[in-house]
Each structure stands twice: as structure tokens, then as C-alpha cells.
Design a protein around this ligand. Sequence first.
Ligand code: HEM
Length: 327
Amino acid sequence: MPDLNNPNGGNGAGGASGGDGKNGGKIGLLEKVTTGVKQDIEALKTDIPTKAKEQIEGLKDPTKTQVYTSIFRHKHDDTPRNRALGVLSNVFLHLHPAKINRDAVRYSYTWGMGGITFYLFIILTYTGVLLMFYYHPTKVQAFRDVLYLEHDVPFGKILRNMHRWAAHLMVIGVWLHMFRVFLTGSYKKPREFNWNIGVLLLVFTLLLSFTGYLLPDDQLGFWAVTVGTNMARATPLLGHEGPFGAQLGMTPYNDVRFGLLGGSIVDANALLRSYIWHCIGIPIVASVLMIVHFWRVRKDGGISGPAQVMLEAEADKPRRGPKAAGE
Ligand code: HEM
């Protein structure tokens, strides 16, 4: 009778030389697998009910479940350490300092203007991306797209106006923020570098507004950009009407104004250039500068703040923190 476990059994070929050793190994493996599976099934019979019981018990106190503790990795008792850990171990909250000087974050001190300016930038980015779905930066389409948005696109009018108003408010916000920083003397040591980053942010905010002006391709934008870029003619060295411009070979066809417009008049190329600067170039640079700006606020010891106010109840307690050491 042929050996059923032996694949070579019966055909004679290779049966004598080393065939048995091979099959012996296979039988061993099969047995191991079978026993393993049996053991697993036995274990599951006891493990599953135990695990289920544990899970049901855990639901009575969800903060003890494995899922919960894998997300929130610290205790929640109201201690200063846990409060600090709550901020530090969260990707969003850790952007804020774990501890702040309560007088420095009062609206009466900051006017909230830096935060409001940033908030407006987020609104502008969001509404701007939505506007891009409806807008083509070409002479034929641009103004028609704006009319389409105003009159036909559902919520198009509010979308466009949210973008416009947020832009106006951002320009006002950034000036007021700068004014507050000036009034509180927060440009002084160690914040000089951040003041300079701020100046760049101001310039880029204004550039965002200016490049957006042309995009509807209406009369207002056309003439605003005509006037604005005409000023570039008078740029020293780089403008064909500016000091030393002519001597350096500047003409209306190769000077800085030509570079800005992509031609010698405000036309299709100027529209395309404005669009790319407005939607890609300037927002990227401004975002990077904002990241540096916020990082610097933290590194310079947080928002400057007035001299610390002490509650009457705290007056007889020893003061803690960096200020106390320097006093
Ligand atoms: C896109 C524009 C800007 C944004 C989003 C922005 C945002 C902020 C935020 C959120 C703060 C924290 C304190 C606060 O809210 O007042 C801050 C602080 C500061 N900003 Fe700005 N800022 C901008 C432009 C400027 C400009 C134009 C300047 C000055 C030229 C400036 C200089 C400073 C300085 C020196 C601080 C530290 C102030 C302190 O410690 O009291 N920033 N900025």
C-alpha cells in the first residue's frame, strides 16, 4: 500500500535517498501546528471571558481603560504637576506655555491684537482656498468669476465678503498690535529681534492685501495696481526713473516695475503674477515668519507683561519663579 504521508510513495523516484528524513520533518511540523492551534483554542475559552469581564469592569471607570490611558498619558488629579503635564503632553496645547504671567495675558494689556491678527489670517487662508475653487486668474474669466460668486454660487457672496472683510481687519489688527507693542515698550531687550520679525510680518500683510487687490480685475484694482506699481519706476538703481536708474541701463522694459508686472502695462501677466504671489508665495513666507514670531515670544520669556501684581493673600508668602531670583 502506498504511504499516504509520503508524496514520493509509490512512484519510486527519490524514495530511498533522504526521502524519510524530509517527511519526518513535515510530520513533526504538522503535529506542532495542530497542538499549537489546540492550545490556542483552549486558552481562548478562558481568556475571552476574562478579557470581556475586564473590559466591562473598565467601562465603569473609563479613565482606567487601556484605550483611555493610551491617549491621556498622565493622571488627572488637580495638582500643579498634572496641570502642567496636561499642557505639555498634548500636541496642540504644548504650543502654549505651561505657566503664564496672568497680568501679561490680560486683554487690557495685549488688546488681544496679535491673537486676533493670527485668527484673521486663518480665516483668510480658509476662505481663500474655497475662493480658489471658483476663480481663474485670466483676463477673460477673472471678473466673470467674481460676478458668478456674487450672484450665483451658493454662499458665494458671504464667502467673498468674509475674505474681503477679514483682509481689511487683518491690516487694521496688525497696526494696532504694533501700536500696543510700542506703547508697552515690548520692542526693548530681549525682544528686538521679534520686533524686526514683526516689521517683516507687517510688510507681508500689506503685500497680501496689495496683490489681492488686482485679482477681481475690476476698475478699482486695475487703477490701484497701476498707481502702486508706477511708484516702482522711481526705485533707486532699479527703476528707470529712479536715481541712477538710467545710468545703470534701466528702461520701462527691464526695470523692477517690468519684473513686478511681467510686462510694461497692467495686463494678463500682472494678473497671473499677482495671483501666484497672493495665493502661494506671500502666504508661505508669512506663515514661516509667524512660526518664528510665536516661537520667539516663548523664547523671550512669554508676553512681556506689566510688573507682577501680587494678591493680598500672597503678600506674606515667599515669591517663586525667575523674577524672585533676580530681585
Ligand atoms: C501677521 C502679523 C502678526 C501676528 C499674527 C502677530 C502675532 C503676535 C502674537 C499672537 C503675539 C503674542 C502677544 C500678543 O498677542 O500681543 C505677538 C507678540 C509680539 N509681536 Fe506680533 N504679530 C504680528 C505682527 C507684529 C508686528 C507688525 C510687530 C512690530 C513691528 C510685532 C511685534 C511683536 C512683539 C515685539 C511681540 C512681543 C510682545 C510682548 O512680549 O509683549 N508683531 N505677536
